[in-house]
Design a protein around this ligand. Structure first.
Ligand SMILES: [Zn+2]
Length: 243
């Protein structure tokens, strides 16, 4: 369908999008949006500790496990397309080729909004790198001189999803999204992340906290929430009111 709305999520590691943006993804997917998730790496070195404790484990097996988990989680959330760039992690490095590949995707998919990591994280260098690559690719996609035969990207808003320790990452919640209607899907997606079982309860607590704060900042009762920070100002004809 030509009028289907699209959004893109750029995740440094193959599970990040589930913990941090699974609610937003499920919410928009239920509304008929076509969501594309890009996993820059599988998190095979840095975020797969449980898999590495199994005897005889190899890098290829870890990647394959992580790929399967991410695909199952994405299916539960209603993601239309999940892409794996396999650029490696801990350390992650982004080549010009990857930047152009991302820029090409932005122009092809023309997302209405983009979700990615915050720009700072002293615990993790891959997450801010993914955020910078996303930003840079978005700007390349807006440049008229880059592949001038393809129409340039507009200005899709970028929402930064919540990091593991927000205070250390200078993360300030500016948007609280009510994900209560899709919480069941988000939690079911958590359970596909068997390599990171220790995070299931942690991220349920995060969602409950943000839900409580969402209730306090609105006239509605919110049980589960997700927090986002904006990079660019919201452009509007009217102020958003308490809902
Ligand atoms: Zn990660």
């Amino acid at each position: 369908m030509a009028d289907t709305k699209t959004a893109m999520v750029v995740s440094a590691h193959s599970a990040d999008f589930v913990w941090r943006a699974g609610g937003a993804i499920a919410l928009y997917a239920e509304r008929g949006w076509d969501i594309t998730v890009v996993c820059l790496s599988f998190g095979e070195r840095g975020e797969s500790a449980k898999l590495w404790r199994q005897p005889g484990m190899t890098m290829e097996q870890v990647k394959e496990n992580r790929r399967k988990e991410a695909i199952s989680a994405a299916a539960i959330l209603g993601v239309k397309t999940t892409l794996f760039f396999d650029v490696g992690d801990y350390p992650m490095r982004i080549s010009d080729e990857i930047l152009y590949k991302l820029a090409g995707l932005f122009r092809k998919i023309r997302p209405e909004f983009i979700l990615t990591h915050p720009l700072k994280d002293p615990y993790n260098f891959d997450h801010p790198l993914a955020a910078h690559a996303t930003q840079e690719a978005r700007i390349i996609a807006q440049a008229h001189g880059h592949e001038p035969q393809i129409p340039v990207l507009g200005a899709p808003p970028v929402y930064l999803f919540e990091p593991h320790q927000p205070e250390q990452c200078e993360f300030k919640p500016e948007v609280l999204l009510d994900i209560t209607p899709v919480w069941g899907k988000k939690y079911a997606a958590f359970k596909e992340m068997a390599a990171q079982e220790h995070l299931w309860q942690y991220y349920e607590r995060v969602a409950l906290q943000r839900g409580n704060q969402a209730s306090r900042n609105s006239n509605r009762t919110v049980k589960y929430g997700e927090a986002y920070q904006r990079i660019f100002p919201q452009v509007t004809e009217e102020f958003s009111l308490a809902s």
